[in-house]
Design a binder for this molecule. Structure first.
Ligand SMILES: [Ca+2]
Ligand SMILES: [Zn+2]
Length: 451
């Protein structure tokens, strides 16, 4: 007993010193689907903080020219979807991060530092060390390159941040809030962000940094200018699937989206998942559908577990092709052929099959009554089995009915596992794909001339 007391007493002064220096807290927030940078423990990004008018400069590393300039880090704006390179700053592909210096212009009572990022894959999480300096020490060097420990030249290490999950690639929105209890972190003029890549398995490990906010204890009340997204969320009845429809950019389509679109998602996403299984594979359980007005002439697209819907096109097609196109994109989400892979022996799937499977499911299972993928006298001459989209969809329908009811499931499993080869057609039907293509064409020629 006595021994313990002595031990505690002996330790106390040491504990006090540590506490007096700093009690830095790093809070993190994460949202896989991207819920408008709204986190429990991390405040909203703001546009009137001490970083807004600060000078950002590159100390080390190269900016990826596919992304935005350093200015996007303090423009008060955050991306509106997970793949918006121009709204993020990130270091060059294949490099290991770099260093960014922030000059606040004057000594500032730094109360809080918040950083935000968003990407669907490994470029979502943040890995960096944050240093601060007042810049008055004789040994102070404002721009220490990688390889130089900033604490040896007038900088103080404030925090080490790593928001990578234990498992998975961490795609989604990440927020980090660095604070010091209820007090200030310190009086500083300079900050140094020493960023590392999140992984080195492929060249794409550098974080998509969206915004860095520095809150001044003596500054104005922070104003969030982030446009809060209008999200319709719902789950499947069995609770296995979670969906978001983001109608922020299409309020006029909200009612249609929450009735007809929602109905199709609820019915067809689980159906497609069940239709396209493969060993050890779990399809995404959270899927986001976002109306976007920056898609040019692309009606709809899919990346990861996100489906993008072109607002203008959906306005025109809502009573025509809209729902079918969403079914097509949901098939891409389930196909998941683009998962990041370490295995270089992975055989790529030809584009005509990647697009033929979604169009087969769309035109022959979801909306057969629309007869949108028919071979007619008008298109017969140019029809080829690998003509992609609805022509290949028609070919897959014919092979399914003629040779193997399960062939689409088998082709998909092979494609997802990187094992697709033309040889597979022989194994499954006893014919080469070209022979099948010829037979399919003759079938349609006969059918059409008999009319
Ligand atoms: Ca920004
Ligand atoms: Zn497609």
């Amino acid at each position: 007993m006595r021994l313990v007391s002595t031990f505690l007493v002996g330790l106390l002064p040491f504990v006090c010193i540590v506490e007096a220096q700093a009690e830095i807290t790093v809070a993190t927030g994460y949202s896989e689907q991207g819920l408008g940078f709204t986190f429990k423990s991390v405040p909203d990004p703001v546009s009137n903080d001490a970083a807004t008018d600060a000078q950002f400069s590159l100390v080390d590393g190269n900016r990826d020219v596919n992304g935005g300039e350093l200015a996007v880090l303090h423009d008060g704006r955050v991306p509106t979807n997970q793949d918006q390179p121009s709204e993020n700053f990130f270091f060059s592909a294949g490099t290991d991060g770099g260093r960014i210096q922030i000059d606040l212009g004057k000594m500032t009572s730094v109360r809080q530092i918040n950083t935000y990022s968003w990407h669907g894959l490994t470029r979502g999480p943040q890995v960096y060390k944050l240093y601060a300096a007042n810049g008055t020490a004789d040994i102070f060097r404002p721009a220490p390159k990688k390889g130089t420990d900033p604490t040896t030249c007038g900088w103080t290490l404030i925090a080490s941040v790593d928001t990578r999950p234990k498992e998975g690639d961490g795609g989604g929105q990440h927020g980090v809030a660095i604070t010091n209890g209820n007090g200030v972190i310190g009086k500083y003029r300079y900050l140094l962000v020493d960023a590392s890549r999140t992984e080195a398995r492929d060249p794409f490990g550098n974080t998509f940094f969206s915004e860095i906010d520095v809150l001044d204890a003596d500054g104005p009340e922070p104003i969030s200018t982030v446009q809060k997204p209008v999200l319709k969320t719902f789950d499947s009845d069995d609770g296995n699937f979670h969906y978001i429809i983001d109608v922020t950019e299409a309020p006029d389509l909200a009612e249609w989206a929450t009735k007809e679109l929602k109905q199709v998602i609820l019915e067809w996403y689980p159906k497609i998942v069940a239709m396209l299984p493969s060993e050890g594979y779990t399809a995404p359980s959270k899927v986001a559908f976002r109306f976007r007005s920056d898609m040019g002439n692309i009606p709809a697209s899919a990346t990861g577990a996100s489906v993008n819907l072109n607002v203008r096109w959906f306005r025109g097609e809502r009573d025509r092709e809209a729902l079918g196109s969403v079914v097509h994109e949901m098939v891409h989400v389930v196909q998941n052929y683009w998962r990041p892979r370490r295995d270089r022996t992975f055989a790529p799937t030809p584009g005509w099959l990647t697009e033929g499977i979604p169009d087969y499911i769309r035109w022959f299972l979801f909306e057969p009554q629309s007869k949108g993928a028919e071979i007619t006298k008008g298109n017969l001459a140019s029809a080829k089995y690998d003509g992609s989209y609805r022509v290949s969809g028609n070919f897959l329908d014919w092979v399914t009915r003629t040779y193997d009811k399960e062939i689409v499931r088998k082709l998909n499993a092979a494609a997802r596992e990187g094992k697709y080869t033309e040889e597979l057609w022989n194994e499954l039907t006893g014919k080469t794909v070209k022979e099948l293509g010829d037979e399919w064409k003759i079938f349609h020629e006969k059918r059409l001339s008999a009319k």
